[in-house]
Design a protein around this ligand. Structure first.
Ligand SMILES: NC(=O)c1ccc[n+]([C@@H]2O[C@H](COP(=O)([O-])OP(=O)(O)OC[C@H]3O[C@@H](n4cnc5c(N)ncnc54)[C@H](O)[C@@H]3O)[C@@H](O)[C@H]2O)c1
Length: 370
């Protein structure tokens, strides 16, 4: 199968979807690999690194799209890329369809088979291709939040960890999954007082056992959230209902009750965001202020640490890319129903139930899928 890896064109995106080691594995398996020139430089991989393992470097974005039967990317297709798709082409990347009915419609019309990293499940029901990026975004979230709490960045002028004689910041984390847990570890490590909230009591029980003493768990209900927002210096939004739009837990009225200069880092923005006033931002222009609260809503946070993120992403996606190339998506889904859950669109129809529900369209599951 001919495999194409384009250079990412989303603003400040430095990741690449395949490392030279992955290209080598696929080439050795008999699959020609086409890499767009300079695709790897943001992550520290040169064209020569790919040439050395037998991949072909091509000059343009258009040429990669044109040559590939299987296109492997990082970020959701950008408007300029949609016109380059052709019916039947298999595209393996993050799509986040639930957050964008427009993207869903455009990809349906293009006739591609869309396989979304973020909805693939492993045997334990986890999301193996989302997890590494969530670990990174989670670790970045308190660091970014801490930066924007600084006075010159429009924040309250609060140091996350405080100092002897001065209280640390109060950090509220909504969603105690992978992002939330990693955010809690970093924020707690810096000395903040951390409140980790979730609707999953089993999860909270476990975290209560393993987290340091400055992390407190609370059940996430509207009253407790509102109480915590009033105390918060930094709020991190990290909820997820897989495949669906993020539930909105904070509205504009809540912001009016928050401290002036407090900060919200809405990591869940790629699934639509968990705060009413969140809208996607970029690394170039990461923040804006509403009701005195600084909002940071960058949709590709891991892109900022491109090398770490590329390695972490490719470690998770390569085994699936190899299966896809060797077997095709139908057989791969048959052999691994969890992988089948990653197949969101096929030839103009939606095949993932959560995605269909989110964009209010009909689901037509693949035969034999769960
Ligand atoms: N912006 C970025 O660059 C970036 C990067 C990685 C991940 N993300 C996003 O971060 C979000 C979280 O990802 P994750 O991997 O941690 O997911 P996860 O599934 O591990 O965790 C989500 C948690 O949210 C909880 N939850 C659901 N509804 C809730 C509610 N009403 N109140 C409190 N908790 C609730 C779930 O019980 C779960 O524990 C996702 O939207 C993901 O796409 C964004």
């Amino acid at each position: 199968m001919r495999i194409g890896v384009p250079k990412e064109i989303k603003s400040d995106e430095y990741r690449v979807a395949m490392m030279p080691v992955g290209a080598e594995m696929l080439v050795k398996g008999g699959h020609p690999v086409f890499i767009e020139t300079q695709a790897g430089v943001g992550s520290g991989f040169s064209d020569d690194d790919y040439r050395a393992v037998g991949a072909t470097i091509v000059a343009t974005h258009e040429e990669v799209f044109d040559k590939a039967e299987l296109l492997i990317k990082v970020k959701e297709p950008q408007p300029a890329e949609i016109g380059l798709f052709r019916p039947g082409q298999v595209v393996f990347t993050y799509f986040h369809f639930a957050a964008s009915p427009e993207l869903t419609q455009a990809c349906l019309e293009s006739g591609i088979t869309a396989i979304a990293y973020e909805t693939i499940r492993d045997k334990a029901g986890r999301l193996p291709c989302l997890t590494p990026m969530s670990e990174i975004a989670g670790k970045l979230a308190p660091m970014e939040g801490g930066k924007y709490l600084e006075k010159p960045m429009m924040g309250r002028g609060i140091l996350l960890g405080g100092v002897p004689g001065v209280a640390p910041a109060h950090v509220v984390i909504l969603g105690a999954g992978v992002v939330g847990t990693n955010a809690a570890k970093v924020a707690a490590g810096l000395g903040a007082t951390v409140v980790l909230m979730d609707v999953n009591l089993e999860r909270l029980r476990y975290l209560d056992d393993v987290m340091p003493a400055n992390v407190h768990t609370l059940y996430s209900d509207p009253h407790t959230i509102r109480e915590q927002l009033r105390l918060a210096d930094l709020v991190i939004g990290s909820v997820l209902i897989p495949g669906a739009k993020a539930p909105q837990l904070v509205n504009r009225q809540h912001l009016k009750e928050m401290k002036n200069g407090s900060v919200i880092v809405d990591v869940a923005i790629d699934q639509g965001g968990s705060i009413e006033t969140s809208r996607p931002t970029t690394h170039q222009n990461p923040t804006y202020v509403v009701e005195g609260v600084v909002h940071y809503c960058v949709t590709n946070m891991p892109g900022a640490v491109g090398r770490t993120s590329t390695i972490a992403l490719c470690n998770a996606t390569l085994p699936y890319a190899v299966k896809l190339a060797n077997k095709g998506y139908e057989q791969a889904a048959c052999d691994d129903p969890g992988f089948g859950e990653g197949i969101n669109l096929v030839a103009g129809r939606i095949t993932n139930a959560a995605v269909a529900e989110s964009v209010h369209m009909k689901c037509q599951p693949l035969k034999g899928s769960r």
